[in-house]
Design a protein around this ligand. Sequence first.
Ligand code: KG4
Ligand code: ZN
Length: 341
Amino acid sequence: MLILTIESSCDETAAAVVDGNRNVLGASLASQIEVHQKYGGVVPEIASRRHMEAILPVIAEAIEQAKISLDDLDAVAVVNEPGLAGSLLVGLAAAKAICVAKNKPLIAINHLQAHIYACKVAFDEDLFPCVGLIVSGGHSSLYRCSGPIDFEPLGTTIDDAAGEAFDKVASMLGLPYPGGPSIQKAAEKGNPKAYDFPRPMLKEPDRMQFSFSGLKTAVRYKLMGTGKVDYEQLDIDEQTRADIAASFQEAVCDCLVGKAVQALKKCRAKTLCVGGGVAANAKFREKALDAAARYRFKLYIAPPSLCTDNAVMGAIAIERYKAGLFEDLDLDVSPGLVRDK
Ligand code: KG4
Ligand code: ZN
């Protein structure tokens, strides 16, 4: 079996060719980070235009690496939810065009399920049933996962996503986008105990929800008091910046790991699988490993390159192929929706 997978949900244009055993025969990725950096975040209209430029070369490169032609494919799979509408549409249009031209079946990929499936690709072990934690720029969600495409939502964030909080706090600190890697780097020289930032929701073990906006506001008050915000004028020394970054990172990671442990208890699950860009964070990985040893659960976190957006995790399409789940060519994008199946 040979499947072409396409990812264009946010600011990475990516394609991969995988076989039925999850071997990656080709993988190509064009990042837009530099384009959005000067705006401090992803600008949707620019993102979709960039996807338009990158999509065909990226697909061609993945096919070339795999040393196959489009005729050899058994199916074309594409992320159609969730994500930025204009960005998703570019990948979907490309996938449909190949399906029409080469008479191939179309498979839909749910981006969040794919983030968890990155663990399956990386470790090739039986992950399910498990609790799935997805921590990305747009999502901080917990799921009870009975199988690779069988997710039941447990809860999500009531305000900012974890990655979004990293990005916003980085911007307050004058650190470049994307904020996660910048904060991680700045935090290396900081004291994580310098500031005692809040750990929202941790004292409510039955609530499967996250909240990061209060934490973000606590950082803001620490930086500029309660007065008018003028980040441009912000004059803090390197050590203070590093200490705030380290203390903030510590608080976010405590919230994510603590809530995941509460979810495992609630579901009586013994396995935690984590996906999404924030799962690339070294402090998060360290704390999750500590918790796994302490509370005796199995932990799967893909290597950092498979945590941030990529098309390899689209190997989840193999599962839909095997289940005979193909789409009509009128398939649409669902920007904000999580597949409820
Ligand atoms: O999964 P992803 O690549 O794209 C979305 O689906 O959103 O996640 C991107 C998010 C960004 O907010 C970025 O700041 C964050 O993941 N991120 C990190 C790290 N690397 C990426 N956050 C913390 N530490 C990192 N090392
Ligand atoms: Zn993602």
